[in-house]
Design a protein around this ligand. Structure first.
Ligand code: SAM
Length: 318
């Protein structure tokens, strides 16, 4: 995936954190109208800032991000938005955020970088590790000889799909398990990074040493680790926006990993996505969500098995 230098992804030094970005807002877009109005009224720019950034600019950015990516940004994220987009204004030569937003309107190509700049990509290998134990047990129970399909739909920089691939190799005691993993994300920069499968030491060192030895090779020149080709062959990376009316995937899936992305969406958006997940799951397939993502409001669409694992309503699983 060829990307211009401005959209290339460089992870920061902190373990597990993929960017100097803050945690997502818990509040929904609709519940913040008062604060939103206040931010619209505050058109005063912060002294000492390089670029003028008004409350109206911020509200416009929130609206665009919500409409295009489903991300409901809290009104408290004004500084975060400034710091993430300021670099882009510098590169584009814009003097104010208003100018940058005008550019966005006329230059369709800028959208990709705009969205990439505003996503939060926090992830790590074997994050919420109990899900990988549940998946391993699920894979071992499959008796039929067939291709097993997993969709990792907010794959970020690749740690999650590679953890899925390692889990599959371990479950089948093979570097060529009958497993096909689609790793998708809205952010093209993190996808390109994940596709390379090369991680700094601090990103991999919490993993079981046996996995590091079995599934990675060490690069002495920069002390990084590369994922083995056999593991990479199990995964296809592609851009998919969960808000798009069509998704370039074909079910049915044994597992959909949709973890720590729904927290950025409001409930109507979550429901719309879940409604489309249910028919993509096999009858015995599972949807894995993040630990703070409860879909109890969607109990007419999915049934909980506990530990933020869900199945179709007609699933035989209990
Ligand atoms: C916090 S990361 C979670 C990564 C991984 N699933 C995990 O749990 O470690 C959230 C990811 O969701 C992606 N994302 C946000 N909005 C999205 C959308 N509308 N469609 C697809 N991916 C989206 C972001 O780009 C980001 O990489």
């Amino acid at each position: 995936m060829a990307l211009p230098p401005s959209t290339r992804y460089t992870p920061p030094t902190g373990q597990g954190d993929s960017r100097p970005k803050s945690t997502p807002a818990a509040s929904s877009f609709r519940s913040v109208d008062v604060a939103k109005t206040l931010s619209t009224l505050s058109t005063v720019t912060t002294p000492g800032r390089e670029f003028e950034f008004t409350g109206a600019d911020f509200d416009r950015i929130r609206k665009l991000l919500y409409e295009h990516a489903g991300i409901a940004l809290s009104p408290a994220k004004q500084d975060m938005v400034y710091s993430r987009l300021a670099r882009r204004l510098r590169v584009c030569g814009d003097k104010t955020f208003t100018q940058y937003l005008q550019r966005l309107e006329r230059d369709h190509g800028e959208w990709e970088t705009f969205i990439n700049s505003l996503t939060t990509n926090l992830t790590s290998f074997f994050r919420e590790s109990h899900h990988f134990d549940i998946l391993a047990a699920q894979l071992k129970q499959i008796r039929e000889k067939r291709q097993i399909k997993i969709w990792c739909c907010a794959a970020s920089t690749g740690e999650e799909p590679y953890s899925l691939a390692i889990t599959a190799c371990e479950a089948f005691s093979s570097l060529g398990p009958p497993v096909q993993i689609i790793a998708s994300d809205i952010d093209t920069a993190v996808l390109a990074y994940g596709e390379q499968g090369r991680y700094r030491r601090d990103r991999v060192e919490r993993m079981q040493p046996a996995y590091l030895g079995r599934y990675f090779t060490h690069n002495a020149e920069d002390d990084s680790y590369s994922v083995r080709a056999e593991l990479r062959r199990l995964i296809t990376f592609r851009r998919i926006n969960l808000l798009s009316p069509t998704w370039a995937v074909q079910g049915p899936f044994d597992a959909i990993f949709c973890r720590n992305v729904m927290i950025y969406f409001d409930k109507p958006t979550q429901r719309a996505v879940l409604k489309r997940f249910a028919p993509l799951l096999r009858a015995d397939g599972r949807l894995y969500a993040g630990h703070s993502e409860s879909f109890l409001h969607a109990s007419d669409l999915l049934r909980s098995l506990g530990r933020t694992v869900y199945v179709r309503l007609d699933s035989p699983l209990r």
